[in-house]
Design a protein around this ligand. Structure first.
Ligand SMILES: [Zn+2]
Ligand SMILES: [Zn+2]
Ligand SMILES: [Zn+2]
Length: 139
């Protein structure tokens, strides 16, 4: 459960001032528990101007609070990061899954750690987008 106080705590830890928009944005995303589309964010935060909203999203990405998911159809989604992500960088070991039926996007941990070895290259980030049916649509 993410509460108002834990969101404030998170902003403080990442050296960000608590603003109305930052709070509102993180409250929406954390209560959802899955990725949210840029469209949905805009629809939920109609009282804030688009430029500020866009900047806030980018700040959160820079500070390791959110990450952006870009799907094949160029739709953007945003999801909360785990505690491993920080201002220094993102540490993702999960797959982005879009359900073909309900179109919802979520971050999913895989049973086995994702590893990719390419000779003579150092891999520090892997982007995997999977699609199919989510648990709810499958049942
Ligand atoms: Zn991250
Ligand atoms: Zn579904
Ligand atoms: Zn994710």
């Amino acid at each position: 459960m993410t509460t108002t106080s834990s969101i404030k705590e998170l902003l403080k830890k990442r050296n960000l001032k608590v603003t109305e928009l930052r709070m509102a944005l993180l409250e929406i995303i954390s209560s959802l528990g899955k990725a949210i589309s840029y469209q949905e964010i805009q629809n939920s935060l109609i009282n804030f101007d688009r430029i500020t909203l866009y900047r806030t999203l980018n700040t959160f990405i820079e500070r390791g609070i959110l990450h952006k998911i870009i799907l094949e159809d160029h739709q953007s989604f945003y999801a909360l990061c785990s505690i491993e992500c920080s201002t220094e960088g993102h540490q993702h070991q999960h797959v982005h899954f879009q359900c073909n039926q309900c179109k919802e996007v979520s971050c999913l941990e895989t049973k086995e750690p994702i590893q990719l070895a390419i000779s003579n290259h150092f891999v520090d980030d892997i982007e995997i987008t999977a699609s199919g049916l989510c648990q709810e649509c499958y049942n």
